[in-house]
Ligand binder design. Structure first.
Ligand code: PA5
Length: 443
């Protein structure tokens, strides 16, 4: 099976009867999702998206990606949060973090995901003098980070190739009908792609939001969708053997036992952005009403040399979920070294993946002894198909988890607070009454 939830290391922490006891609540969560009766039920468009996606738009995405690959040296993707993380996560998981350096042809860079002038200047330097295209992605069309980066890059593009040619190199992914970005795109004749109304940002990677940058990076998006569709068939069924629901149940059981932090881990550095995507998915879905597991992440063995001490012996308020990639994209045979000067000949005559695996197994046993529950998600490899499969696994698990927790997993009211303060401090019209109050607090 492409993706499965493995509980073999959980026995010291969760008994079988605990899974049985929570199952009626899992069934109720499933029922809420399928009948669309739970909170946030107007944001369930992701549930059958891998089957019901707009095929005509999908073909337009593939054609646009081909055009970008043939007429551009660089695609710069402007977006933040749900309009950023999934695309970059899939590209790096499937193609590796050094894909731009290692491959000939189109480079894909992401911007608009911070307000750092350093970061944006670097992107400008990467685009200047190159044939570049822009994919601006924003459901609302008004997100400050994205709009600011897009404003700067659009001007650069217009200066370099003229307005008419620039208009052929800007692709806008936004609301079907509303918003300033949609209006601007229509007025300039930019090709547009849709963020479906009923799909929230953190569930949008398999819509045009993720698919255009992913396809432009040279990944087979049909494979990605097929993986998600197969996962959808498997994880949309209510059963004690539904691994997505079982993972949600395990998280909830551990949460009720006082575990407050989940650390998602992989032994593949190419998974680092998938970790970030997971953090947004679960963090925004569950962290509300003064509840929720805090989603953290590590890449091992890298972080065993930084966070390993804490996990082994620090506060016992966490569990670990290891994404076990069974077959790495590449392997490396370790040869014997004459003289054994580094003392590493005990590792020789085998593949490096075996060493990585033993590191994982040793760590699981050590952390279990340290009192940290170990959850395992086995994944065959990080092909486009399996990454699509994994995305759907996490979606289902997250939605179920949110309902088990008793929150609306599909809203994010808390993210507005910082924006309100930032706008007031920047003097945005309409925020005047708050400005003085905040400035006084900062004195
Ligand atoms: O999940 C979310 O809703 C957020 O992370 C958004 O995706 C993010 O704020 C970007 O919003 P927009 O696509 O409207 O620019």
């Amino acid at each position: 099976m492409s993706v499965s939830f493995n509980t073999k290391h959980l026995t010291p922490f969760i008994r079988d009867d605990e899974f049985a006891a929570i199952y009626p609540q899992v069934a109720a969560a499933h029922e809420q999702l399928e009948a669309k009766t739970g909170p946030g039920n107007d944001f369930l468009g992701w549930m059958y998206l891998p089957r019901d996606y707009d095929k005509e738009e999908f073909a337009r995405i593939q054609a646009a990606a081909e055009k970008i690959r043939s007429d551009s040296d660089v695609l710069v993707v402007a977006g933040i949060g749900g309009s950023y993380l999934g695309a970059r996560a899939v590209v790096e998981a499937v193609k590796g973090v050094y894909h731009n350096e290692l491959e000939e042809g189109l480079k894909v860079y992401f911007c608009g995901n911070s307000i750092s002038p350093t970061a944006l200047n670097d992107i400008i330097a990467l685009c200047k003098g190159k044939r570049f295209s822009i994919n601006v992605i924003s459901k609302s069309g008004t997100t400050t980070e994205t709009s600011l980066a897009f404003r700067v890059l659009r001007k650069l593009l217009e200066e370099e190739v003229g307005v008419e040619e620039a208009n052929k190199r800007i692709y806008a992914t936004t609301d079907r009908a509303r918003g300033t970005l949609k209006q601007l795109a229509d007025s300039q004749g930019w090709p547009t792609f849709v963020v479906p109304d009923d799909v929230g940002g953190r569930y949008s990677v398999l819509s045009a939001v993720g698919l255009l940058p992913i396809a432009a990076a040279g990944i087979d998006i049909a494979e990605l969708m097929q993986g998600a569709a197969d996962a959808m068939e498997r994880f949309s069924v209510l059963s004690p053997d539904n691994d997505a629901y079982k993972y949600a149940a395990a998280r909830n059981i551990l949460y009720r036992k006082g575990k407050q932090i989940e650390i998602l881990e992989s032994y593949e550095p190419n998974f680092a952005l998938m970790n970030e995507w997971y953090k947004q998915l679960f963090g925004e879905s569950e962290g509300k009403d003064n509840k929720g597991l805090f989603p953290a992440s590590c890449i091992f063995s890298t972080d065993l040399h930084s966070m390993g001490q804490f996990i082994q012996e620090g506060s016992r308020n966490m569990f670990e979920t290891i994404v076990n990639v069974k077959t790495p994209a590449q392997d490396l045979y370790i040869e014997e070294l004459e003289g054994n000067f580094d003392g590493l000949n005990f590792l020789a005559n085998q593949n490096m993946s075996v060493v990585n695996r033993k590191a994982m197994e040793g760590t699981i046993l050590a952390h279990t002894d340290g009192g940290v529950p170990q959850l395992l998600i086995d994944v065959d490899d990080l092909s486009a198909y399996n990454v699509g499969y994994l995305i759907y696994f996490f979606w289902r698990a997250c939605a179920c988890s949110g309902y088990l927790l008793g929150v609306n997993p599909f809203n994010q009211p808390g993210v507005e607070s910082y924006k309100k303060n930032m706008f007031a401090l920047l003097g945005k019209p309409g925020y005047e009454s708050l400005t003085a109050e905040l400035e006084a607090k900062l004195k």
